[in-house]
Design a protein around this ligand. Structure first.
Ligand SMILES: Cc1cc2nc3c(=O)[nH]c(=O)nc-3n(C[C@H](O)[C@H](O)[C@H](O)COP(=O)(O)OP(=O)(O)OC[C@H]3O[C@@H](n4cnc5c(N)ncnc54)[C@H](O)[C@@H]3O)c2cc1C
Length: 435
Protein backbone atom coordinates (compact mmCIF):
# COMPACT_ATOMS: atom_id res chain seq x y z
CA UNK A 1 0.00 0.00 0.00
CA UNK A 2 1.51 3.37 -0.91
CA UNK A 3 1.24 5.90 1.90
CA UNK A 4 0.09 9.47 1.58
CA UNK A 5 2.97 11.96 1.78
CA UNK A 6 2.88 14.42 4.69
CA UNK A 7 4.13 17.97 4.22
CA UNK A 8 6.15 19.34 7.13
CA UNK A 9 6.84 23.07 6.86
CA UNK A 10 10.00 24.29 8.67
CA UNK A 11 13.17 22.26 9.31
CA UNK A 12 13.81 23.56 12.81
CA UNK A 13 13.91 21.36 15.88
CA UNK A 14 10.18 20.58 15.82
CA UNK A 15 9.89 20.09 12.05
CA UNK A 16 12.91 17.77 11.84
CA UNK A 17 11.70 15.71 14.79
CA UNK A 18 8.18 15.40 13.38
CA UNK A 19 9.53 14.45 9.93
CA UNK A 20 11.83 11.85 11.47
CA UNK A 21 9.11 10.21 13.59
CA UNK A 22 6.82 10.01 10.55
CA UNK A 23 9.50 8.62 8.26
CA UNK A 24 10.70 6.08 10.82
CA UNK A 25 7.14 4.73 10.85
CA UNK A 26 7.08 4.36 7.08
CA UNK A 27 5.30 7.61 6.18
CA UNK A 28 6.86 9.59 3.32
CA UNK A 29 7.56 13.23 4.15
CA UNK A 30 8.08 16.35 2.07
CA UNK A 31 10.05 18.73 4.28
CA UNK A 32 9.90 22.37 3.19
CA UNK A 33 12.47 24.86 4.49
CA UNK A 34 12.99 28.43 3.31
CA UNK A 35 16.65 28.62 4.36
CA UNK A 36 19.01 29.55 2.79
CA UNK A 37 16.89 31.37 0.18
CA UNK A 38 15.21 33.33 2.92
CA UNK A 39 16.50 33.75 6.46
CA UNK A 40 14.64 34.83 9.59
CA UNK A 41 16.40 37.63 11.51
CA UNK A 42 17.74 35.08 14.03
CA UNK A 43 18.83 32.24 11.74
CA UNK A 44 22.30 32.38 10.16
CA UNK A 45 23.26 28.84 9.17
CA UNK A 46 22.14 26.89 6.13
CA UNK A 47 21.75 23.75 8.24
CA UNK A 48 18.57 22.40 9.83
CA UNK A 49 17.78 22.39 13.55
CA UNK A 50 19.66 25.61 14.13
CA UNK A 51 19.95 26.83 17.72
CA UNK A 52 19.24 30.54 17.49
CA UNK A 53 20.69 31.51 20.86
CA UNK A 54 22.14 29.44 23.69
CA UNK A 55 23.83 26.13 22.86
CA UNK A 56 22.41 24.57 26.01
CA UNK A 57 19.45 22.18 26.11
CA UNK A 58 19.41 22.83 29.87
CA UNK A 59 19.64 20.36 32.78
CA UNK A 60 20.32 16.72 32.08
CA UNK A 61 19.37 15.56 35.56
CA UNK A 62 16.30 13.43 35.98
CA UNK A 63 15.18 15.36 39.10
CA UNK A 64 14.67 18.32 36.81
CA UNK A 65 11.58 18.46 34.57
CA UNK A 66 13.57 19.30 31.43
CA UNK A 67 15.92 16.41 32.30
CA UNK A 68 12.89 14.11 32.38
CA UNK A 69 11.59 15.49 29.08
CA UNK A 70 14.94 14.75 27.45
CA UNK A 71 15.03 11.24 28.86
CA UNK A 72 11.54 10.51 27.54
CA UNK A 73 12.58 11.76 24.11
CA UNK A 74 15.72 9.62 24.16
CA UNK A 75 13.68 6.54 25.02
CA UNK A 76 11.19 7.47 22.31
CA UNK A 77 13.90 7.44 19.64
CA UNK A 78 14.19 11.21 19.14
CA UNK A 79 16.46 12.33 16.32
CA UNK A 80 17.22 15.67 17.99
CA UNK A 81 18.26 14.08 21.30
CA UNK A 82 20.42 11.51 19.51
CA UNK A 83 22.19 14.33 17.64
CA UNK A 84 22.55 16.37 20.85
CA UNK A 85 24.07 13.44 22.73
CA UNK A 86 26.46 12.79 19.85
CA UNK A 87 27.73 16.39 19.79
CA UNK A 88 27.61 17.30 23.47
CA UNK A 89 30.19 19.59 25.03
CA UNK A 90 30.89 19.55 28.75
CA UNK A 91 28.69 21.96 30.71
CA UNK A 92 28.36 20.71 34.29
CA UNK A 93 24.98 19.01 34.76
CA UNK A 94 23.56 20.47 31.55
CA UNK A 95 23.34 19.08 28.02
CA UNK A 96 25.11 21.64 25.85
CA UNK A 97 26.10 20.95 22.26
CA UNK A 98 28.56 22.03 19.61
CA UNK A 99 25.99 24.02 17.66
CA UNK A 100 27.60 23.58 14.25
CA UNK A 101 28.16 19.87 14.66
CA UNK A 102 24.67 19.39 16.07
CA UNK A 103 22.90 21.06 13.14
CA UNK A 104 25.19 19.42 10.58
CA UNK A 105 24.37 15.98 11.98
CA UNK A 106 20.61 16.66 11.99
CA UNK A 107 20.82 17.86 8.39
CA UNK A 108 22.77 14.81 7.29
CA UNK A 109 20.42 12.35 9.02
CA UNK A 110 17.32 14.06 7.57
CA UNK A 111 18.72 14.36 4.04
CA UNK A 112 19.87 10.76 3.96
CA UNK A 113 16.55 9.29 5.13
CA UNK A 114 15.03 7.44 2.17
CA UNK A 115 11.48 8.58 3.02
CA UNK A 116 12.25 12.27 3.50
CA UNK A 117 12.38 14.63 0.52
CA UNK A 118 13.65 18.14 1.19
CA UNK A 119 12.41 21.04 -0.89
CA UNK A 120 13.94 24.47 -0.45
CA UNK A 121 11.98 27.70 -0.56
CA UNK A 122 9.47 29.69 1.45
CA UNK A 123 5.95 28.28 1.78
CA UNK A 124 3.65 31.27 1.41
CA UNK A 125 0.32 29.41 1.24
CA UNK A 126 -1.08 26.63 3.39
CA UNK A 127 -1.67 23.69 1.03
CA UNK A 128 -5.37 23.14 0.35
CA UNK A 129 -5.11 19.36 0.54
CA UNK A 130 -3.17 16.64 2.31
CA UNK A 131 -1.73 16.28 5.78
CA UNK A 132 0.29 19.33 6.81
CA UNK A 133 2.42 20.01 9.88
CA UNK A 134 3.32 23.70 10.31
CA UNK A 135 6.53 23.97 12.35
CA UNK A 136 7.80 27.36 11.24
CA UNK A 137 8.75 28.61 14.68
CA UNK A 138 8.51 31.91 16.50
CA UNK A 139 9.80 33.78 13.46
CA UNK A 140 7.43 32.32 10.87
CA UNK A 141 7.75 34.29 7.62
CA UNK A 142 5.36 37.19 7.14
CA UNK A 143 3.45 35.68 4.21
CA UNK A 144 2.75 32.41 5.97
CA UNK A 145 1.89 34.24 9.22
CA UNK A 146 -0.83 36.08 7.35
CA UNK A 147 -2.25 32.86 5.93
CA UNK A 148 -2.25 31.31 9.42
CA UNK A 149 -4.07 34.37 10.75
CA UNK A 150 -6.67 33.90 7.97
CA UNK A 151 -7.32 30.39 9.27
CA UNK A 152 -8.48 31.74 12.60
CA UNK A 153 -10.45 34.89 11.84
CA UNK A 154 -10.88 37.27 14.76
CA UNK A 155 -8.02 35.75 16.71
CA UNK A 156 -4.82 37.70 17.16
CA UNK A 157 -1.49 35.95 17.36
CA UNK A 158 -0.11 36.26 20.84
CA UNK A 159 3.45 37.41 21.26
CA UNK A 160 6.33 38.10 23.57
CA UNK A 161 9.88 39.28 23.10
CA UNK A 162 12.86 37.02 22.97
CA UNK A 163 16.54 37.78 22.90
CA UNK A 164 19.85 36.10 22.15
CA UNK A 165 23.23 36.55 23.88
CA UNK A 166 26.49 37.53 22.15
CA UNK A 167 29.35 35.17 21.30
CA UNK A 168 33.09 35.90 21.68
CA UNK A 169 36.23 34.08 20.57
CA UNK A 170 38.22 32.26 23.24
CA UNK A 171 41.53 33.66 22.08
CA UNK A 172 40.28 37.20 22.65
CA UNK A 173 39.35 36.54 26.31
CA UNK A 174 42.02 37.86 28.68
CA UNK A 175 42.63 34.83 30.92
CA UNK A 176 44.82 37.00 33.19
CA UNK A 177 41.48 38.28 34.46
CA UNK A 178 39.51 35.02 34.36
CA UNK A 179 39.65 31.40 35.43
CA UNK A 180 38.06 28.09 34.52
CA UNK A 181 35.66 26.53 37.06
CA UNK A 182 32.12 25.30 37.58
CA UNK A 183 30.03 26.74 40.40
CA UNK A 184 30.97 25.07 43.72
CA UNK A 185 33.68 23.26 41.72
CA UNK A 186 31.08 20.67 40.71
CA UNK A 187 31.98 18.35 37.82
CA UNK A 188 34.58 19.55 35.35
CA UNK A 189 35.73 23.17 35.14
CA UNK A 190 33.61 24.09 32.15
CA UNK A 191 32.95 27.80 32.52
CA UNK A 192 35.25 30.78 32.11
CA UNK A 193 34.61 33.04 35.07
CA UNK A 194 35.21 36.76 34.65
CA UNK A 195 35.30 38.56 38.00
CA UNK A 196 34.43 42.19 38.69
CA UNK A 197 35.32 44.19 41.81
CA UNK A 198 32.62 46.35 43.42
CA UNK A 199 34.01 49.41 41.61
CA UNK A 200 34.23 47.71 38.24
CA UNK A 201 30.73 46.37 38.70
CA UNK A 202 29.28 49.80 39.52
CA UNK A 203 30.81 51.36 36.42
CA UNK A 204 29.61 48.46 34.28
CA UNK A 205 26.12 48.54 35.80
CA UNK A 206 25.72 52.28 35.22
CA UNK A 207 26.87 51.98 31.62
CA UNK A 208 24.52 49.05 31.03
CA UNK A 209 21.50 50.88 32.45
CA UNK A 210 22.04 53.89 30.22
CA UNK A 211 23.32 52.23 27.04
CA UNK A 212 21.39 52.78 23.84
CA UNK A 213 18.94 50.10 22.81
CA UNK A 214 18.27 49.06 19.25
CA UNK A 215 14.80 50.13 18.13
CA UNK A 216 12.29 47.31 18.57
CA UNK A 217 8.81 48.39 17.71
CA UNK A 218 6.38 48.24 20.63
CA UNK A 219 8.97 47.08 23.14
CA UNK A 220 7.98 47.54 26.77
CA UNK A 221 9.56 45.96 29.82
CA UNK A 222 6.28 44.41 30.88
CA UNK A 223 5.92 42.32 27.74
CA UNK A 224 9.30 40.64 28.17
CA UNK A 225 9.19 36.94 28.85
CA UNK A 226 10.92 36.47 32.22
CA UNK A 227 12.87 33.40 31.07
CA UNK A 228 14.83 35.35 28.47
CA UNK A 229 14.95 38.87 29.87
CA UNK A 230 17.50 41.22 28.30
CA UNK A 231 20.38 41.87 30.67
CA UNK A 232 19.93 45.65 30.42
CA UNK A 233 16.26 45.36 31.44
CA UNK A 234 17.22 43.27 34.44
CA UNK A 235 19.99 45.76 35.35
CA UNK A 236 17.50 48.61 35.48
CA UNK A 237 15.57 46.86 38.23
CA UNK A 238 18.25 47.79 40.76
CA UNK A 239 21.97 47.85 41.46
CA UNK A 240 22.03 44.39 43.04
CA UNK A 241 19.61 42.58 40.73
CA UNK A 242 22.28 41.19 38.38
CA UNK A 243 24.29 39.95 41.37
CA UNK A 244 21.40 37.64 42.18
CA UNK A 245 20.97 36.72 38.51
CA UNK A 246 23.51 36.10 35.76
CA UNK A 247 26.38 37.80 37.63
CA UNK A 248 25.90 35.78 40.83
CA UNK A 249 29.32 35.13 42.44
CA UNK A 250 28.08 32.40 44.83
CA UNK A 251 30.24 29.26 44.71
CA UNK A 252 32.89 30.87 42.49
CA UNK A 253 36.11 31.47 44.42
CA UNK A 254 38.76 33.40 42.48
CA UNK A 255 42.01 31.36 42.77
CA UNK A 256 44.02 34.62 42.79
CA UNK A 257 42.36 35.96 45.95
CA UNK A 258 40.76 32.84 47.45
CA UNK A 259 37.55 34.92 47.75
CA UNK A 260 34.23 35.14 45.97
CA UNK A 261 34.42 38.30 43.81
CA UNK A 262 31.75 41.01 43.98
CA UNK A 263 30.25 39.78 40.71
CA UNK A 264 31.15 37.17 38.08
CA UNK A 265 30.24 36.97 34.40
CA UNK A 266 30.30 33.37 33.17
CA UNK A 267 31.19 32.29 29.66
CA UNK A 268 30.03 28.91 28.39
CA UNK A 269 31.78 26.98 25.68
CA UNK A 270 29.78 27.22 22.45
CA UNK A 271 31.56 24.70 20.25
CA UNK A 272 33.44 21.48 20.70
CA UNK A 273 36.85 23.01 19.95
CA UNK A 274 36.27 25.60 22.66
CA UNK A 275 37.13 28.43 20.27
CA UNK A 276 33.84 30.29 20.83
CA UNK A 277 32.12 31.16 24.09
CA UNK A 278 28.75 32.73 24.89
CA UNK A 279 28.03 35.22 27.65
CA UNK A 280 25.68 33.32 29.93
CA UNK A 281 22.47 35.25 30.63
CA UNK A 282 23.50 38.20 28.46
CA UNK A 283 20.50 38.22 26.12
CA UNK A 284 20.37 41.79 24.95
CA UNK A 285 18.91 44.21 22.51
CA UNK A 286 21.46 46.99 22.89
CA UNK A 287 22.78 48.48 19.69
CA UNK A 288 25.79 46.52 18.43
CA UNK A 289 28.43 49.25 19.11
CA UNK A 290 26.95 49.67 22.58
CA UNK A 291 27.29 45.94 23.26
CA UNK A 292 30.96 46.17 22.36
CA UNK A 293 31.50 49.29 24.48
CA UNK A 294 29.65 48.10 27.59
CA UNK A 295 30.58 44.41 27.62
CA UNK A 296 34.25 45.32 27.05
CA UNK A 297 34.16 47.00 30.49
CA UNK A 298 34.32 43.48 31.95
CA UNK A 299 38.11 43.18 32.55
CA UNK A 300 38.45 39.74 30.92
CA UNK A 301 36.56 41.02 27.86
CA UNK A 302 38.57 44.24 27.37
CA UNK A 303 39.65 43.13 23.92
CA UNK A 304 36.93 40.61 23.24
CA UNK A 305 36.20 39.84 19.62
CA UNK A 306 32.45 39.50 19.15
CA UNK A 307 31.63 36.92 16.51
CA UNK A 308 27.93 37.53 16.95
CA UNK A 309 26.06 40.26 18.77
CA UNK A 310 22.92 39.68 20.81
CA UNK A 311 19.59 40.41 19.16
CA UNK A 312 15.97 40.74 20.16
CA UNK A 313 12.82 39.70 18.35
CA UNK A 314 9.11 39.56 18.57
CA UNK A 315 8.18 35.96 19.16
CA UNK A 316 4.74 34.90 18.01
CA UNK A 317 2.62 31.92 18.97
CA UNK A 318 -0.96 30.69 18.70
CA UNK A 319 -3.62 30.88 21.35
CA UNK A 320 -3.44 27.08 21.38
CA UNK A 321 -5.84 26.35 24.28
CA UNK A 322 -8.60 27.56 21.99
CA UNK A 323 -7.25 26.19 18.72
CA UNK A 324 -5.44 22.89 19.15
CA UNK A 325 -6.21 19.44 20.58
CA UNK A 326 -3.86 17.17 22.52
CA UNK A 327 -2.25 15.99 19.26
CA UNK A 328 -1.35 19.62 18.33
CA UNK A 329 -4.00 19.28 15.63
CA UNK A 330 -6.29 22.16 14.71
CA UNK A 331 -9.64 21.44 16.33
CA UNK A 332 -12.18 20.32 13.77
CA UNK A 333 -9.52 19.71 11.11
CA UNK A 334 -8.51 16.28 9.92
CA UNK A 335 -5.32 17.36 8.22
CA UNK A 336 -3.71 20.41 9.83
CA UNK A 337 -1.24 20.30 12.72
CA UNK A 338 1.18 22.74 14.34
CA UNK A 339 4.41 21.83 16.11
CA UNK A 340 7.15 23.64 18.00
CA UNK A 341 7.40 27.06 19.51
CA UNK A 342 4.53 28.39 17.39
CA UNK A 343 2.16 26.31 19.57
CA UNK A 344 3.27 28.16 22.72
CA UNK A 345 5.62 25.53 24.08
CA UNK A 346 8.79 27.37 25.08
CA UNK A 347 12.34 26.21 24.50
CA UNK A 348 14.45 23.91 22.38
CA UNK A 349 13.56 20.67 24.15
CA UNK A 350 9.88 21.55 24.47
CA UNK A 351 9.72 22.39 20.75
CA UNK A 352 11.36 19.06 19.98
CA UNK A 353 8.85 17.27 22.24
CA UNK A 354 5.90 18.79 20.44
CA UNK A 355 7.34 17.80 17.05
CA UNK A 356 7.90 14.32 18.43
CA UNK A 357 4.31 13.88 19.65
CA UNK A 358 2.84 15.36 16.47
CA UNK A 359 4.89 12.99 14.31
CA UNK A 360 4.12 9.90 16.39
CA UNK A 361 0.36 10.54 16.63
CA UNK A 362 -0.03 11.55 12.99
CA UNK A 363 1.84 8.45 11.84
CA UNK A 364 -0.38 6.25 13.99
CA UNK A 365 -3.50 7.85 12.57
CA UNK A 366 -2.33 7.40 8.99
CA UNK A 367 -1.46 3.79 9.72
CA UNK A 368 -4.95 3.18 11.13
CA UNK A 369 -3.64 2.65 14.66
CA UNK A 370 -5.24 4.07 17.82
CA UNK A 371 -3.53 7.15 19.32
CA UNK A 372 -0.71 6.60 21.83
CA UNK A 373 -2.32 9.25 24.07
CA UNK A 374 0.75 10.20 26.09
CA UNK A 375 -0.66 10.62 29.62
CA UNK A 376 -0.25 13.70 31.78
CA UNK A 377 2.13 11.74 34.02
CA UNK A 378 4.70 11.91 31.21
CA UNK A 379 6.42 15.21 30.44
CA UNK A 380 5.73 14.85 26.71
CA UNK A 381 2.03 14.32 27.43
CA UNK A 382 1.77 16.99 30.13
CA UNK A 383 3.07 19.64 27.77
CA UNK A 384 0.56 18.78 25.02
CA UNK A 385 -2.31 18.61 27.48
CA UNK A 386 -1.32 21.97 28.96
CA UNK A 387 -1.09 23.73 25.61
CA UNK A 388 -4.50 22.39 24.55
CA UNK A 389 -6.23 22.97 27.89
CA UNK A 390 -9.29 25.11 27.16
CA UNK A 391 -9.57 26.33 30.73
CA UNK A 392 -6.38 28.41 30.43
CA UNK A 393 -7.52 31.98 29.96
CA UNK A 394 -4.35 34.00 29.50
CA UNK A 395 -2.06 31.71 27.61
CA UNK A 396 1.68 32.26 28.07
CA UNK A 397 4.54 30.27 26.52
CA UNK A 398 5.28 27.29 28.72
CA UNK A 399 8.51 25.59 29.69
CA UNK A 400 8.18 22.05 30.98
CA UNK A 401 7.89 21.95 34.80
CA UNK A 402 6.63 19.52 37.42
CA UNK A 403 3.68 21.86 38.16
CA UNK A 404 1.86 20.64 35.03
CA UNK A 405 2.38 16.97 35.92
CA UNK A 406 -0.12 15.48 38.44
CA UNK A 407 1.27 15.19 42.00
CA UNK A 408 2.17 11.85 43.61
CA UNK A 409 -0.52 10.16 45.69
CA UNK A 410 1.78 9.94 48.73
CA UNK A 411 4.09 12.29 50.59
CA UNK A 412 7.79 12.28 49.87
CA UNK A 413 10.31 14.21 51.92
CA UNK A 414 12.51 16.64 50.02
CA UNK A 415 11.91 18.24 46.60
CA UNK A 416 14.68 16.31 44.89
CA UNK A 417 13.34 12.97 46.10
CA UNK A 418 9.82 13.94 45.11
CA UNK A 419 10.93 14.96 41.63
CA UNK A 420 12.93 11.75 41.25
CA UNK A 421 9.76 9.76 42.02
CA UNK A 422 7.69 11.83 39.58
CA UNK A 423 10.28 11.10 36.91
CA UNK A 424 10.34 7.42 37.76
CA UNK A 425 6.54 7.28 37.46
CA UNK A 426 6.72 9.12 34.11
CA UNK A 427 9.27 6.73 32.65
CA UNK A 428 7.24 3.72 33.79
CA UNK A 429 4.10 5.21 32.19
CA UNK A 430 6.06 5.79 29.00
CA UNK A 431 7.31 2.21 28.99
CA UNK A 432 3.70 0.94 29.14
CA UNK A 433 2.69 2.92 26.02
CA UNK A 434 2.58 1.35 22.61
CA UNK A 435 3.97 3.86 20.09
C1 LIG B 1 16.04 35.31 19.39
C2 LIG B 1 15.61 34.01 20.00
C3 LIG B 1 16.38 33.43 21.02
C4 LIG B 1 15.99 32.21 21.60
N1 LIG B 1 16.78 31.64 22.55
C5 LIG B 1 16.47 30.43 23.06
C6 LIG B 1 17.32 29.77 23.99
O1 LIG B 1 18.37 30.29 24.34
N2 LIG B 1 16.96 28.57 24.50
C7 LIG B 1 15.80 27.96 24.09
O2 LIG B 1 15.53 26.86 24.58
N3 LIG B 1 14.98 28.54 23.20
C8 LIG B 1 15.27 29.77 22.68
N4 LIG B 1 14.45 30.38 21.77
C9 LIG B 1 13.24 29.75 21.41
C10 LIG B 1 13.52 28.93 20.15
O3 LIG B 1 13.07 29.60 19.02
C11 LIG B 1 12.86 27.63 20.22
O4 LIG B 1 13.19 27.03 21.41
C12 LIG B 1 13.17 26.68 19.06
O5 LIG B 1 14.18 27.05 18.17
C13 LIG B 1 11.89 26.60 18.31
O6 LIG B 1 11.96 25.49 17.49
P1 LIG B 1 10.98 25.42 16.26
O7 LIG B 1 11.32 24.17 15.54
O8 LIG B 1 9.59 25.60 16.72
O9 LIG B 1 11.32 26.69 15.37
P2 LIG B 1 12.71 27.11 14.61
O10 LIG B 1 13.86 26.39 15.25
O11 LIG B 1 12.70 28.58 14.57
O12 LIG B 1 12.50 26.49 13.17
C14 LIG B 1 11.56 27.00 12.26
C15 LIG B 1 12.08 26.82 10.85
O13 LIG B 1 11.04 27.19 9.92
C16 LIG B 1 11.59 27.93 8.87
N5 LIG B 1 10.52 28.75 8.27
C17 LIG B 1 9.89 29.84 8.81
N6 LIG B 1 8.92 30.28 7.97
C18 LIG B 1 8.92 29.46 6.88
C19 LIG B 1 8.16 29.39 5.69
N7 LIG B 1 7.16 30.25 5.43
N8 LIG B 1 8.44 28.43 4.77
C20 LIG B 1 9.44 27.52 5.01
N9 LIG B 1 10.20 27.54 6.14
C21 LIG B 1 9.94 28.48 7.07
C22 LIG B 1 12.72 28.71 9.51
O14 LIG B 1 13.68 29.10 8.55
C23 LIG B 1 13.26 27.70 10.53
O15 LIG B 1 14.30 26.92 10.00
C24 LIG B 1 14.80 31.58 21.16
C25 LIG B 1 14.04 32.15 20.14
C26 LIG B 1 14.45 33.35 19.56
C27 LIG B 1 13.61 33.94 18.46
Amino acid sequence: MSMEQVMVIGAGLAGCEAAWQLAQRGIPVLLREMKPQKMTPAHHSTDFGELVCSNSLRSDQIENAVGLLKEELRRGGSLILACADATRVEAGGALAVDRTGFSALITERIKSHPLITVLEGEVAEIPKEGQVVIATGPLTSQALSERIADLFPGMDYLSFYDAAAPLVTFESVNMEHAWFASRYDKGTADYINCPLTGEEYDAFWRALCTAQEAPVHGFEDKSVFEGCMPVEVMARRGRQTLCYGPLKPRGLRDPKTGQEPFAVVQLRRDNREGSIYNLVGFQTHLRFPEQKRVFSMIPALQNAEFVRYGIMHRNTYLDSPRLLDRYYRVRGSRRLMFAGQITGVEGYVESTASGFLTGVELARRLLGQPPADFPQETAVGALALYVSNESIVQFQPMNINFGIIPPLDHRVKGKRNKNAELSQRALEALARLDF
